[in-house]
Design a protein around this ligand. Sequence first.
Ligand code: ADP
Length: 420
Amino acid sequence: MSDKGARILYIEDDHASRRLVERVLTSRGYEVYVASEGLEGINLAREKSPELILMDINLPNMDGREITTRLRSLPNFSNVPIVALTANISPGSRELALAAGCTGFMTKPIDVATFPSDVQRFLQGASDKLTADERSQHLELHAQNLVERLENKVRELRSANKRLMELDSLKSDFIVLVSHELRTPLTLVSGYSHLLAEQVNNKNDLIPAQSIAGIAEGLQSGVTRMQEVINEIISVVRISSGTLDLSLGPVRLTKVIGDVADTFKDVCAKRNLTFIVDDFSEMPLLQGDGRRLQAAIEHVVGNAVKYTPDGGSISVMGRNVKDKAVDIIIQDTGIGIPVDEQRRIFEQFYTLGAIEHHSTSKSAFQGGGLGLGLAIAKGIIEAHNGRIWVESDRRDADTLPGSIFHILLPIQPGDTPPMI
Ligand code: ADP
């Protein structure tokens, strides 16, 4: 059979090797198909019925030997030459490839001068041989490798499945929480609007301004809470899809921290929490998105308020780290966080403690939340090339070990902050 125009399939994950072989063989008149991984290669082989297959051995997912064994089990592929083309020349790799069903073994990088004639040789029926002993020894090894890989795959799948199930249950909890968080302010809005309607219907006279103001305030607070919930959801979606847009500019931390302190002033006074803020006026100017940074710090401070019982204290401190970064430290005297949960609390939907215990007030002790606050804070900080982490000994609502959150932000957003 003439091999001119023969169809050759090359399964190879390395782009440069693929290009080179494709070029060399195409210039000799062969019809070349390429695939970058096993399943794609098997599908292409079925579709194109190649007269020769060149097979890289080290491939992601299925390796070249496994693909060869699989191809050999398919109708029409028992006799097609499959030639291993590999950079791996360690002892035994040739024998293993042949035992797995390869017809021949060639090494990479290819020698452009001799490669086409080698290919032609295999197309014309050449094959590398193993002794019966070598074959049975390596076949056994190949079978062992296959079973080991299968075992690893089963393990990987099992843990991926477990993770998905966890995520699924976190998401279900999240839906319950969101409905709950939206329903409460909605009830408020609906109650106040009924009240307004009643006042309008029942009175022929003008409604007193005071009464209107009270209703307006109630409506306003319901709407604000709904806006906050929706904004949190939008932020987390943007962060997960990598579409969080930052509008960079100079950020003065005194202003940002001052605004955060203002946000929590009233609730701290109401709950008898001492709120101590360092003087940030000497801190270097950062380059970043001030609005988003403020939101991130607000989430962390909001948690400090939420997880500290009445009468406790919250401090916000700043440290200049070698003129490269600023470390914003938020310390509370609250219930603390168990050491083995300290990473997971930054994941989306993760709230520690059963959701049925969540109360709806955002600022009450252990008040409700969507489990998104820290994920949002982390997303914003990381978008600034910063890092956020927590230090706490344990969780204990009696002894109150407290938590210390660090937000480390590089002064220039392109910089990586130093390790501390
Ligand atoms: P949530 O909406 O549940 O507050 P967050 O993402 O803000 O969600 O926080 C995740 C979890 O981390 C919280 O459920 C809480 O258990 C824990 N946590 C966060 N900050 C603190 C803190 N300062 N003290 C104690 N626990 C905290």
